[in-house]
Design a protein around this ligand. Structure first.
Ligand code: 5GP
Ligand code: MG
Ligand code: MG
Length: 179
């Protein structure tokens, strides 16, 4: 992971290598097992960004667990109520399940803070968030992030599922926007 990469019109420098990402996910898997190993949790992975992370995390879980995948769509309200975030593809019954949301990155926290009430409305037995990356300096919407893989500075990153305008998701490691 020595060279910089070009994604569309921007240059990115190496930031988190495969070993670092893998070690962080192994730690998350162990923490989640300690808390949920006997609870048959339901993971809800938020597409597109979390597809690689959720796959690698799920492979490390050696206890019964389910996973489903959703996309979030935001709509401008016709009134001044702002954005409403709706899940597309949520076809699993959540009621009385121990739900763990899987996110690639929590930045401002806006997406999850708008989406969580929709899940809570369906009365899960418990609800927690697991994010691979967290940018605390950027967060403006408070969230209880139970599992955080790697805390990073407030700079744009790509790779390992995360995109820049749709590209760069296939990079196996994580790169940071060059200054
Ligand atoms: P939020 O600001 O609502 O916490 O972030 C919402 C989404 O924006 C994240 O789930 C992620 O998909 C995207 N995002 C936030 N920060 C970054 C970043 O540094 N790089 C990329 N590629 N996506 C980001
Ligand atoms: Mg995301
Ligand atoms: Mg994106």
């Amino acid at each position: 992971m020595s060279a910089s990469v070009q994604v569309l019109d921007k240059s990115f420098v190496p930031f988190l290598d495969a070993e670092t990402i893998d070690a962080s996910i192994a730690t998350l898997a162990a923490q989640i097992k300690a808390d949920y190993g006997d609870k048959t949790p339901l993971f809800i992975a938020i597409l597109n960004g979390s597809f690689m992370f959720s796959s690698d995390l799920f492979k490390k879980l050696d206890f019964p667990a389910e996973i489903c995948f959703i996309k979030l769509a935001s709509y401008k309200g016709t009134k001044s109520s702002g954005h409403v975030i709706t899940a597309i593809g949520l076809d699993t019954v959540i009621k009385n399940r121990h739900v763990i949301i899987l996110e690639d990155i929590v930045d401002t926290g806006k997406t999850l803070s708008a989406f969580l009430p929709e899940i809570e409305h369906q009365q899960p037995a418990s609800l927690s968030i697991c994010t691979l990356l967290h940018k605390p300096e950027a967060q403006v919407h408070p969230l209880d992030l139970k599992y955080i893989g790697i805390t990073i500075p407030n700079k744009f990153v790509v790779g390992y599922g995360l995109d820049y305008d749709g590209f760069g998701r296939n990079l196996p490691e994580i790169y940071q926007l060059k200054d």
